[in-house]
Design a protein around this ligand. Structure first.
Ligand code: F6R
Length: 236
């Protein structure tokens, strides 16, 4: 794993955007695995800037997002589809029909998971998968568990994750969905490159456990120790 430490979040964001831009520039039909949450927001802002300044044509990009809350429609401001439209898709020229996010409103969650895995296989996996890190060590919404889950699956979020995400729901904890659909470890581990973004001293301890402790599904991000081509960008 290559690790780069930055003094400022703005530097992490610029470096992350540069890595995403490189994948876009070097691949004729790049597939980007994308994350939501606070950490990649600065990276998306940088990508939008690059696009607006004419540096980055994104017309041939396909995106697959890691996860989506169950029960939130695409138009709900806190749905991850809405987040992606707001932060990136509505500002760049990725064809919207080439942007994929699990459907959290699917009546049959298992069928939706199977559909998403079919899509991921058809795309041949991501050229670059962007990941954030949860305070409990999750990546995507692969929460601590007794075993790693490889396919896309529906999960019950941990109390820690619900509390952490309550900030986006104006503190009204009751409104935070309890369930989500997430890409499993299979698609994450099959990405050609992985870009792990971690910002905040409050994540230093779980990051150290994930990178230096045993590989265990109790700390889901620890699985990243098993593969090459992971770049970690960290800022306090
Ligand atoms: C989001 C996702 C999550 C977040 C993680 C960190 O799509 O998959 O794993 O990356 O919860 O979230 P932030 O960046 O808000 O601290």
């Amino acid at each position: 794993m290559k690790r780069v430490d930055f003094d400022h979040y703005s530097q992490l964001s610029a470096a992350a955007a540069a890595m995403v831009a490189a994948v876009i520039l070097e691949n004729p039909a790049p597939v980007l695995g994308l994350a939501t949450g606070s950490t990649p927001v600065g990276m998306y802002e940088e990508l939008v800037r690059m696009h607006r300044s004419g540096v980055l044509d994104m017309a041939h990009v396909t995106t697959v997002n890691l996860d989506e809350y169950c029960g939130l429609s695409e138009s709900h401001p806190q749905s991850y589809r809405c987040f992606m439209n707001r932060q990136l898709f509505s500002h760049v020229n990725i064809p919207l029909e080439r942007t994929f996010v699990p459907n959290g409103m699917a009546a049959d969650a298992d069928a939706e998971c199977a559909r998403y895995d079919g899509l991921l296989s058809a795309l041949g996996g991501a050229d670059l998968q962007v990941l954030g890190l949860g305070h409990d060590g999750h990546i995507g919404f692969n929460e601590p568990a007794a075993a790693f889950t490889y396919p896309t699956h529906a999960v019950t979020l941990t109390e820690q994750t619900i509390q952490a995400n309550a900030r986006f729901f104006e503190g009204i904890e009751q409104q935070v969905p309890r369930k989500a659909i997430t890409m499993g470890m299979g698609a994450i581990m099959l990405a050609k490159k992985i870009l792990l973004l971690v910002s905040g001293g409050d994540k230093a301890a779980i990051l150290a456990e994930a990178l230096q402790g045993p590989v265990t599904p109790r700390i889901p991000a620890s699985i990243l120790q098993l593969r090459p081509n992971v770049t970690l960008l960290y800022s306090k």
